[in-house]
Design a protein around this ligand. Structure first.
Ligand SMILES: [Zn+2]
Ligand SMILES: [Zn+2]
Length: 263
């Protein structure tokens, strides 16, 4: 899997939700919140949290140029915070203006802000492709749409990471196609039926099972039935001839255990 050590970058880029990663994430949030609050009343504010934040962003493969562009500040001012101006014999700047601190602290390592060649978790990319196939988009069509050969497309679905550039392309494709009818875009009825059957066999969740904002969340699961994760879920899966999802299996097991304990 990932070669990144557990911590902030792994939380963001690999979607790891282990304890050290979650701790790093909340330390990051605390640091940022505290600095943003402090920045509201001080004419000059401590540069240390800004420095820490820049280091976090760099650990996520954001270059100084990209950070400066996202914050809307001059790169030299960030350099001054990080290292000072050695050519003038000055060390890292100890204080910054609150506006600069707020602008830098507001920068997040979102996909749009990351270098296109940064490898990240493929989770959201896979879920989007799977969801489109599940509503009838033939994989060949999706590969063409992305300008990929069928072989590369297939590999993308198996690799443990995906490049930011590809993740963004798949995101755009998903946003463009999820509401469309594949047959109106040249897919044959046979192709659509085959795509759906393949997805069902692989237990790939369709578009309707996902909330948009959950697609990249490693802790989210698709809601196939509207009641997934409750004891009513299994019956709904059976009624619609859908594969039973893990949260529903877990809910059923919990339900049975509770019944046994009561008896
Ligand atoms: Zn972790
Ligand atoms: Zn379910």
């Amino acid at each position: 899997m990932s070669a990144r050590p557990h911590g902030y970058a792994r939380y963001r880029l690999d979607g790891c939700r282990c304890y050290p990663c979650a701790t790093a994430r909340s330390a990051y949030d605390d640091n940022r919140t505290r600095a943003l609050i402090a920045g509201t009343w001080q004419p000059w504010t401590d540069a240390a949290p800004v420095r820490t934040h820049i280091e976090h962003l760099r650990s996520c493969s954001m270059g100084l140029r990209a950070i400066a562009a996202a914050a809307g500040v001059d790169r030299k001012r960030l350099q001054a915070v990080l290292t000072g101006r050695p050519e003038r014999g000055t060390g890292p700047q100890p204080k910054v203006r609150p506006a600069l601190a707020a602008a830098v602290l507001a920068v997040e390592p979102t996909l749009e802000n990351l270098a296109p060649s940064t490898p990240i978790s493929p989770l959201g990319t896979h879920r989007r492709v799977h969801a489109l196939v599940a509503v009838g988009w033939p994989q060949q069509y999706l590969a063409d749409h992305l300008g990929m050969s069928p072989g590369n497309f297939c590999q993308m679905l198996r690799r443990p990471t995906v490049l930011v550039r590809r993740a963004l392309a798949v995101q755009a494709m998903y946003d463009a196609l999820w509401r469309q009818d594949p047959t109106a875009h040249g897919a044959t009825p046979t192709g659509v039926a085959r795509a759906k059957a393949h997805a069902l066999a692989q237990e790939w969740a369709p578009v309707g099972a996902w909330d948009d904002e959950q697609l990249d969340d490693p802790e989210a699961y698709p809601d196939w039935t509207g009641v997934c994760g409750t004891s009513a879920g299994v019956n709904q899966h059976r009624r619609h001839g859908l594969p039973i999802c893990q949260p529903c299996r877990d809910a059923l097991a919990t339900h049975r255990r509770a019944k046994r304990a009561a008896a």
